[in-house]
Design a protein around this ligand. Structure first.
Ligand SMILES: Cc1cc2nc3c(=O)[nH]c(=O)nc-3n(C[C@H](O)[C@H](O)[C@H](O)COP(=O)(O)O)c2cc1C
Length: 204
């Protein structure tokens, strides 16, 4: 029985980078839905610079998990890790230094995280891994940047791998800056919502 679709605003509010994930299987259908969300994502001049490796085979997962530091040990439970790679020349490179490949990868990952959230799957991007080892483990060509590993999994109960800070973040979303600090109206520095903090914006 398929679930009713989740309103986008609810998915935005529900998405969390949780770390207590279970080893439970993620199906081909679910993996496909996540990949499709990336495929439909916008990109500069439709360049689609992302190259994504869905790592789910036992041997490949083991190799990749060997590239994680202790602080990301929680990710070892994951049955599916999406490795996102790109290089500058595959996307817009504007003369004032605006290289869009990492931006476009971020957009694609953002869309994919919402699709995962709708399916009850945690999709947690990380930057903490040995990038050279990880590229080698996945046969990523040398001239590509491995910009993130998105650790996927269903919510789990085992929090034994988590530090105190990570445990705290399981229950409560880490605080955001007050919106007046970085959301401006009309010119830099003038708060867009003087009295309102961003956490409140997603709760109405
Ligand atoms: C680019 C990026 C890198 C991150 N790297 C890590 C990481 O290495 N380890 C980790 O546990 N969380 C990592 N995170 C998750 C963030 O810590 C998390 O998104 C942030 O604390 C906000 O929490 P929330 O996503 O649940 O709202 C990363 C997130 C992003 C977007």
């Amino acid at each position: 029985m398929s679930m009713p679709p989740m309103p986008v605003r609810d998915a935005v509010a529900a998405r969390r980078a949780k770390r207590a994930i279970s080893t439970a299987f993620i199906s081909d259908e679910e993996t496909h839905a996540m990949a499709e969300a990336m495929r439909l994502s916008p990109s500069c001049n439709n360049k689609q610079p992302w190259h994504v490796i869905a790592v789910r085979g036992a041997a490949a997962l083991e190799r990749l998990k060997g590239c994680l530091p202790r602080g990301n040990g929680w990710a070892k439970a994951s049955p599916l890790i999406l490795a996102v790679c790109s290089r500058a020349e595959d996307d817009c490179m504007l003369s004032d230094g605006r290289d869009y490949h990492l931006f476009d990868c971020g957009l694609a990952v953002g869309e994919m995280m919402l699709a995962a959230t709708e399916m009850g799957i945690i999709a947690h991007p990380i930057a903490g891994y040995d990038p050279l080892m990880a590229k080698e483990a996945l046969s990523v060509p040398e001239d590509f940047i491995l910009i993130t590993l998105v650790v996927c999994g269903r919510p789990g109960n085992d929090s034994s791998m988590l530090s105190e800070k990570q445990l705290l973040a399981e229950g409560e979303r880490p605080a955001r800056r007050p919106s007046g600090e970085n959301l401006f109206a009309d010119a830099w520095g003038a708060p867009l919502f003087p009295e309102v903090h961003s956490e409140h914006l997603s709760e109405d």
